[in-house]
Design a protein around this ligand. Structure first.
Ligand code: UDP
Ligand code: MN
Length: 675
């Protein structure tokens, strides 16, 4: 109660008593009594005033202690009940729901909508408890999560960048893994040149195709590439088939992806924005999008894509014909540096190797003379995640994406093996083209540097049965991790058995017969170690996919130098096992193995265990290692010339001797028993 009001009321009561006293005086006996009562009332009034003043003081102090540490109140802040997982900005009804989540990440910091705890100082990954071997770092984009430093990148791309923009471009490149400065200069509505086959333009599609939800997950995507993706979908997908574009923010930190994006999206017709308050990773983010999608068919596309005119209809048609069919457009490529659009040659299939790395394999030599092959989809052992259409119910019933998979990597291989093994199929549809921006390097920093291996371990242990040993021999880091920890795959095995999924042998023979199955015989497979030089046979990057000379290099121990001498006498090289040790004159090179045709004598070798010699069957010469700058040993080179020339190191054919440079053994890094 207000102090002034109380005083007023007390005074009113005093007036009342005054009136009574007057009556009493009239009766002649109130004088003394009235003076006493006045003292009493004055006392009461004083007491009330003191009490009120004190309580006001306490109240103010209590309020101060609440306000001091907290941020000033914001009108939109409210604690929902019950708590939800995501923040939704819906452009159609402008619905806003905000959630307080104590996740330790800085989502929506700019909007100040969420409780934020600093992540500074937690850059270093937690110390590993496991005691497996620490192997050499690898430099492949698909195996190195951390982006290169400014200096490294300067070296790598110096030749391409020019002028005053160079520094700006380099820092944009480091941040995003592509040249964002160039991207910003390109219209958000640019049209791609028509690259579809003429036959595709004549194709007719059903009027009553199922509706599509295009789900675009993003984590710290650049503004220009993200918005170009969204507009490209809106500009190319027919309205009657496009139920919605669902943007799913996987806890981005970049400022432009916060309120500015919310506002932008609010003005787009048919676009919804969902924000996750937990970092979900590629698969988790897509599963969240799928759970919130309303369309019959889910179309996942990366946040840096551009769609060709007419891309959606052929995909929807194939899914409508068979709801267990998962389809991908033919993926064109946007250059990470120039943003030039490059059309991919048909036919193309999605494949993976024994290290569980995914590739698109373009096989123009397989171009059929049959004109219908230009428009006919091809069955594909796997599909990439860049753009993928799948029936929403089938996606859920086949187990969505594996929630146990960490942030990034190999989720497309897991989905592929699962879809095929559990009753579905996959194909690439050539009349649908979507261009994907291939990064120069991965722009994310992951808290777990071995996350890709951990994801692959889940695939190997869930789906590959005994064939998983072939994987572990070619990825020894995964092998050592697996030795010290087991993945929790109980749920996935449950799905596998409840859906009655087939085994990996069925997958290999029926779906992916092109994949060579290594024999990995004990003593005849592993790193090819040379006694004389103490190094291993190697085929360095930058030599082309095949045809280059074999080299020697320090033994990596990672499984990347693994090879396999099989019962045909071929020395199979590489994680696909599709390249063979071949010869060109005295040089030892790599060339594609004849598959499935029988091998030729030029590709046959015999290993003599006792002497360690590897004898080329056609020439009966021996494999010899020469170090860089070492002396060539060709019998055709005269001694005088030898003294003036040094050779480039590598593997050569030489007349057989017993010198150590001709002594080899296969170092099997992972015991035949395997993981
Ligand atoms: N992405 C995500 N969360 C992550 C990592 C990636 O939502 O933790 C998004 C990313 O923005 C992209 C898609 O998932 O739209 C696929 O990722 P990315 O393009 O890096 O994979 P890649 O094409 O290199 O295989
Ligand atoms: Mn991508």
């Amino acid at each position: 109660m207000d102090t002034a009001l109380l005083v007023r009321r007390l005074l009113n009561m005093y007036d009342l008593f005054d009136f009574l006293f007057l009556g009493m005086r009239l009766w002649g006996r109130a004088k003394v009594f009235r003076r006493r009562m006045l003292c009493l009332w004055l006392l009461l009034l004083g007491f009330a005033l003191v009490t009120l003043a004190l309580s006001d003081l306490f109240k103010r102090e209590r309020d101060n202690t609440y306000q001091k540490p907290g941020p000033p109140r914001r009108p939109l802040q409210r604690v929902p009940s019950p708590p939800d997982l995501d923040v939704i900005v819906d452009s159609r009804d402008d619905a806003l729901e905000f959630v307080v989540d104590l996740s330790p990440l800085n989502s929506l910091q700019e909007d100040q909508l969420l409780f934020v705890r600093s992540t500074q100082g937690t850059k270093n990954p937690p110390q590993r408890k496991a005691t497996y071997k620490v192997l050499l770092p690898v430099t492949n984009k698909h195996t190195t999560p951390a982006p290169p430093t400014h200096g490294e990148m300067g070296k790598a791309v110096r030749l391409h960048l020019k002028g005053a923009d160079r520094d700006k471009e380099l820092s944009a490149l480091q941040k995003y893994g592509f040249n964002e400065v160039v991207s910003e200069k390109i219209s958000l509505h640019r049209r791609l040149p028509e690259m579809r086959h003429l036959q595709c333009l004549r194709e007719k599609y059903s009027e009553s195709l199922p509706s599509a939800s295009v789900v675009i997950c993003f984590h710290d995507e650049a503004w220009s590439t993200l918005l170009r993706t969204v507009h490209s979908v809106l500009d190319t997908a027919p309205k009657q088939h496009l139920r919605e574009v669902l943007l799913v923010d996987d806890l981005s930190q970049h400022g432009h992806l916060k309120s500015v994006l919310s506002e932008y999206v609010a003005h787009l017709d048919g676009v919804r924005l969902i924000r996750s308050t937990k970092r979900l990773g590629v698969g988790g983010c897509r599963s969240l999008g799928a759970a919130r999608a309303a369309g019959e068919v889910l179309v996942f596309i990366d946040s840096h894509c551009e769609c060709q005119k007419g891309w959606l209809e052929p995909l929807l048609e194939r899914v409508a014909q068979d709801r267990t069919r998962v389809v991908s457009p033919l993926m064109d490529v946007i250059d990470w540096q120039t943003f030039q659009y490059n059309a991919t040659q048909w036919p193309v299939k999605g494949v993976f190797n024994w290290r569980l790395d995914f590739y698109w394999e373009s096989e123009p030599q397989l171009q059929d003379k049959d004109p219908s092959s230009a428009v006919n989809p091809v069955r594909s052992p796997a599909l990439g995640g860049g753009a993928l259409a799948i029936d929403r119910h089938f996606f859920q019933s086949v187990g969505a994406y594996d929630p146990g998979m960490l942030l990034w990597g190999a989720e497309q291989i897991e989905l592929s093996i699962r879809v095929w093994s559990c009753g579905g199929s996959m194909e690439v549809v050539p009349c649908s083209r979507v261009a994907h921006l291939d990064h120069h390097h991965l722009p994310y920093r992951f808290p777990d540097e071995d996350l890709l291996q951990r994801n692959k371990i889940r695939i190997a242990d869930t789906w590959m049965d005994d064939y998983r040993k072939i994987f572990y021999r070619r990825d020894t880091l995964a092998h050592f991790i697996r030795q010290s920890e087991s993945p929790n795959i109980t749920e996935r095995l449950h799905i596998k058995s409840s859906l009655g999924c087939r085994n990996f042998q069925w997958y290999l023979t029926t779906v992916y017969p092109q994949l060579y199955i290594p024999q990995d015989m004990p003593g005849l497979s592993g790193e090819l170690y040379n006694v004389g030089t103490g190094s291993c046979a190697d085929y360095p990057r930058g030599q082309g996919l095949h045809g280059g000379s074999m080299k020697i290099a320090p033994c990596s121990g990672t499984g990347s130098q693994h090879c396999d001498l099989n019962s045909e006498g071929e020395v199979r090289w590489g994680p696909m096992g599709s390249l063979c040790l071949d010869t060109k004159g005295e040089h030892v090179i790599l060339s594609p193995c004849p598959n499935p045709q029988p091998t030729t004598s030029r590709l046959q070798w015999k290993f003599i265990k006792l002497s360690g010699q590897l004898v080329h069957q056609q020439s009966q010469l021996c494999l010899e290692a020469v170090k860089d700058g070492g002396l060539p040993h060709s019998s055709s080179v005269k001694p005088k010339e030898v003294s003036t020339r040094t050779s480039v190191g590598g593997l050569f054919l030489r007349p057989c001797t017993h010198q150590p440079r001709q002594q080899w053994h296969f170092e099997q890094l992972v015991a035949p028993k395997g993981a």
